[in-house]
Design a protein around this ligand. Structure first.
Ligand code: CO
Length: 183
């Protein structure tokens, strides 16, 4: 697979701090291509030989605002144990419900738009149920959990102009860690 050319904006860009708009269907061919490219890019970033060769940071999620386009679209790609990939295309998402239980990523969340080390915990719901549309405009519902739930919440935040660093307590970056489960 060739690594798609994708220009990912840095957190200093003001587009990453704005609220994106719902998308209308049918999607343009350009958008369909872009969504495919985003998924391929993430897949490449998780394949060691490719990521090393092209010096890619591994990522499991990418949202349209990170490409400078304020539309409510994101993709999540996650390598399974068997080497295949779990892929999600999520358009105009709405969170229908979420678990009371909170979790956080122990090693810290990362973001392809945040190019610096960041300390602290980002509280996330352990499970969320989301309603969204696929590339063909079909509505679907999905319940995601654990790292996929974290990814969905991280990406939905992007659509609202929020970065994970915004969710870390400035004064006490590890505040309430004892009240949540570490992932
Ligand atoms: Co991100």
């Amino acid at each position: 697979m060739e690594v798609p050319k994708i220009n990912i904006l840095d957190e200093s860009n003001k587009l990453l701090h704005q609220v994106s708009k719902d998308v209308e269907f049918p999607l343009s061919e350009e958008d369909k291509k872009r969504i495919q490219d985003m998924q391929d890019y993430l897949e490449c970033s998780q394949i060691e030989e490719i990521s090393q060769k092209y010096n890619l940071r591994a990522g499991m999620g990418l949202a349209y605002p990170q490409l400078g386009i304020l539309k409510r679209i994101f993709v999540v790609v996650n390598a399974r144990e068997d080497g295949t990939f779990e892929k999600h295309v999520v358009i105009n998402p709405k969170i229908l419900s979420f678990s009371e239980e909170m979790i956080y990523v122990g090693e810290g969340e990362g973001c392809l738009s945040v190019n610096r080390p960041v300390e602290g915990i980002v509280p996330r719901h352990a499970r969320v149920t989301v309603k969204a549309y696929d590339v063909d405009g079909n509505e679907y519902q999905i319940r995601v959990r654990e790292e996929i739930a974290v990814a969905f919440q991280h990406e939905i935040d992007h659509l609202d102009g929020i970065l994970f660093v915004d969710r870390i307590n400035k004064e006490f970056p590890f505040k309430d860690a004892d009240k949540m489960r570490e992932l």
